[in-house]
Design a protein around this ligand. Structure first.
Ligand code: HEM
Length: 498
């Protein structure tokens, strides 16, 4: 009797041993991508500085285009080659189409009910479809053409005044205001540059939200620390959330009370119309409307104008490229009138300048973070469920194996090339690609083309303060968009014959 008892115990122990061994071997058999060694607890967080896109690009040179890192408790995969990006954004797009938990979005955007940080699923799918069909369609974009013409015209007028005074202008500030005005008019139907928002004013509050949104939050990487809010970010986000909420409530109420018959409906009109009609086939209340309003505001305000700012900076440093673009515009439009939106389609050199600018200075150098929804194998490497996927388009754009002489601004490299920036060619994906690719691409490209063409056609430019064009400071500052670290100060000379 005793010996049988021992036999069972021995068999049970053997089973446990084999099970554990198997588990251990299975773990070992899983091959993670190579990457830098992490420290206990913080993992690789200490390797990220002020410009994480540049830090990650340097690390990828050492560890390869598919790199495993750990930020606190969050596993991360850094993707830094066109081939690897294609795997994540096309081949296995469905697995990697979600977004990670994002503390700031959680508080400011009604528990991630916005589009850009919504988790992959029916809500995100429906909301994206609604935004594309109702808010960002060609028809809707065209309906705002007179507004864009007027706003760009106002900017040109003020620059013309500065030109006749021989004064230097802060072009970064001027086109940033243009971006904010155009976004407000499209979304709210009116400009908010005053104290309507709160005591700090509209722009300051939005800028603060952008700055805080880009600050690495320990709560995103150490879920337990989130509760302690050691950086004080959660508290500030909750404060901001209240300010935004009050502002959006006021705008919505104004829209509901207004009896005015509008020719062009703004985004609030359309969203409220859908909410009240009950025709949305998914949960859609004021929280969803407000989350998407903020989303579109943030996504559209600084993106296109930042690209224009970089393009002008690069053209200043390469005067022959500036002249070539001016010549193309002159051939098409002449010097007797200003450029219209309808002129900018099919301008070959303009498009080459824009592609080259977005290669060198992608507006969103790491796209937005993606998250894997299940375990997956890519190139025989194991990618865990809930890994954060970071596509480093900056690294791809600066890789000498992809682009010869990558640090030099050479629009001509796109001559006779089929490479486009709409997400099919993975060496140039400033708008991302696949399910999560930018739904505002058409509007974004249109704005960059129109504003850049207008500024280059109307004016000759020189750096202010007698700085030599080649000495222009081109350093970057990382945020929700990759902006110039120093504002671009320039002296314009009007060149049209009116
Ligand atoms: C030059 C201008 C623009 C650039 C370079 C740009 C770039 C991007 C990028 C890189 C992403 C993330 C893609 C990813 O995670 O894979 C994105 C997402 C997004 N963009 Fe844009 N964008 C621009 C303009 C706009 C405009 C004008 C709007 C709307 C008015 C807009 C709305 C959005 C939204 C809503 C998302 C989130 C999409 C989602 O998660 O499903 N963008 N954009």
């Amino acid at each position: 009797m005793m010996s049988i008892h021992w036999l069972w115990t021995a068999l049970a122990l053997a089973a446990v041993w084999f099970f554990l061994q198997d588990l251990f071997l299975m773990k070992k058999r899983k091959r993670f991508p190579p990457g830098p060694k992490g420290l206990p607890i913080i993992g690789n967080l200490h390797l990220l500085g002020k410009n994480p896109h540049q830090d990650l690009a340097k690390l990828a040179k050492k560890h390869g285009p598919l790199m495993y890192m750990r930020f606190g408790y969050v596993p991360a995969i850094i993707v830094s080659s066109p081939e690897a990006a294609e795997k994540f954004l096309k081949t296995y797009d469905q697995v990697f189409a979600s977004r990670p938990y994002h503390e700031s979005s959680w508080h400011v955007s009604y528990e991630q009910r916005n589009l850009s940080f919504a988790q992959y699923g029916p809500y995100w799918r429906n909301m994206r479809k609604l935004c594309i069909l109702q808010l960002l369609s060609s028809h809707k974009i065209n309906s705002f053409l007179p507004m864009r013409r007027e706003e760009v015209g106002t900017l040109v007028k003020s620059l013309k005044q500065a030109a006749s005074d021989g004064a230097a202008v802060d072009l970064s500030a001027a086109i940033s205001s243009l971006g904010a005005n155009m976004s407000c008019l499209m979304i709210f139907g009116k400009k908010y540059m005053d104290k309507d928002f709160d005591d700090r004013g509209f722009r300051d509050v939005i800028q603060e939200a952008l700055r805080l949104g880009a600050t690495p939050n320990l709560g995103d990487y150490f879920p337990l620390l989130g509760v302690l809010d050691l950086q004080g970010l959660t508290r500030r986000f909750k404060d901001l959330a209240k300010v935004f909420d009050k502002f959006f409530e006021k705008i919505i109420d104004e829209h509901l009370q207004s009896q005015e018959h509008k020719q062009t409906k703004d985004v609030v009109d359309i969203m409220m119309g859908i909410m009240q009609s009950g025709e949305a086939e998914f949960e859609f209340d004021r929280r969803h409307v407000k989350a998407v309003l903020l989303d579109l505001l943030v996504a559209s305000m600084d993106t296109s104008v930042t690209a224009v700012e970089w393009a002008i900076s690069e053209l200043l440093r390469r005067p022959e490229a500036m002249r070539k673009l001016q010549k193309e515009l002159e051939d098409k439009v002449g010097l007797e009138r200003t450029v219209e939106e309808s002129d900018v389609e099919g301008l070959e050199y303009l498009d080459m300048v824009i592609k080259e600018t977005m290669r060198l200075h992608p507006v969103a150098p790491l796209l937005l973070p993606h998250e894997s929804m299940e375990d997956c194998a890519v190139d025989d490497f194991h990618i865990q469920k809930k890994s954060r996927i970071i596509i480093n388009v900056y690294a791809i754009g600066h890789d000498p194996n992809v682009w010869p002489d990558p640090e030099t601004f050479i629009p001509e490299r796109f001559k006779d090339s089929n490479i486009d920036l709409r997400g099919q060619d993975f060496q140039l994906i400033p708008f991302g690609s696949g399910r999560r690719g930018c739904p505002g691409l058409q509007l974004g490209i249109l704005l960059v083309r129109f504003v850049l063409a207008q500024l280059v056609h109307c004016f000759n430019w020189e750096p202010a303060d007698n700085i030599k064009p080649t000495d222009l400071d081109m350093s970057e500052t990382f945020g929700l968009v990759l902006a110039r670290a120093k504002h671009l100060k320039v002296v314009p000379t009007y060149r049209l014959q009116e």
